[in-house]
Design a protein around this ligand. Structure first.
Ligand SMILES: [Zn+2]
Length: 263
């Protein structure tokens, strides 16, 4: 059954769950192979839109020991959908695509952007298949990895560019301070807005982040998949939904325009 609230599993001290969102994409298999070589199993929350673009990846990821989770079909803000049928279709279609790719869906759900309501849980829990899902799973460690190369905060003028180095260092700092948690990295982008999706995909550094981070933390942590957790370990997420991705702006152009505004 899906929970009324976003869930962030309370993992034992020294335990991390690596999660990769919005794929599959070109980085997913290299990440999957790299983690496999390191003896690490992760959870990939995939989007139907991305599965259709690269349909042959999922079964190989699963064969490497990784779990495949459902992250909806078109990556919408689920609470904004008009009908219960539209909500069910978003999850059911990706469930179908995961099965069609030869995988066993582990019935894990992550809501796009972490947006979730009790009403969504009620809708999906009326469906015999979808009510077998657990989640939706939130996260506790992330650092805007999808904004590398862009202004870190698009709403703030003169916001510094989010660099690869600052992104990686922040992941490392959070993991070491929290000592446990669900780590979110985006192995692709599935935003509904085509221009923004293209922009975010062009800057994706997920493989490099993974290669940078894992050697620095591997010996200090045990790594688990989300479907390996006993159900009672889940607890309600303490924080509200994370910030939405940036609006579709051309970064350089937007800041130049702002600078030309009359003072
Ligand atoms: Zn997502």
């Amino acid at each position: 059954m899906l929970s009324q609230e976003n869930l962030v599993p309370a993992l034992p001290d020294g335990t991390l769950a690596l999660t990769f969102d919005d794929g599959p994409g070109p980085h997913s298999l290299p990440i999957g192979h790299f983690l496999h070589e390191q003896g690490i199993r992760a959870t990939f929350f995939v989007v139907g839109r991305s599965i259709r673009e690269t349909p042959k990846i999922l079964s190989e990821l699963q064969a490497l020991g990784h779990a495949i989770g459902n992250h909806t079909d078109t990556h919408p803000r689920l609470p904004l959908l008009d009908t219960a049928e539209a909500v069910k279709r978003e999850v059911a279609e990706t469930h179908r695509l995961i099965e069609a790719s030869g995988c066993q869906p582990p019935h894990l759900l992550r809501a796009p952007y972490g947006y979730w309501t009790a009403g969504l849980a009620a809708i999906l829990n009326t469906d015999p298949e979808l009510s077998r899902y657990s989640g939706p799973f939130g996260w506790s460690v992330e650092n805007l990895d999808y904004r590398i190369g862009l202004p870190r905060d698009p709403k703030v003028m003169d916001s510094p560019i989010h660099t690869f180095e600052s992104c990686c260092e922040s992941y490392l700092k959070q993991v070491r301070e929290k000592r446990q948690g669900v780590v979110l990295i985006h192995d692709w982008a599935a935003d509904p807005e085509p221009k923004l999706r293209k922009q975010l995909r062009a800057g994706n550094r997920s493989l490099e982040i993974t290669r940078w981070l894992i050697p620095r933390i591997k010996s200090d942590f045990k790594f688990v998949r989300l479907d390996e957790l006993p159900a009672p370990t889940a607890r309600f997420a303490p924080a509200a939904a994370p910030p939405l991705p940036a609006p579709a702006i051309q970064p350089g152009q937007a800041w130049a325009n702002l600078a030309r505004l009359p003072t």
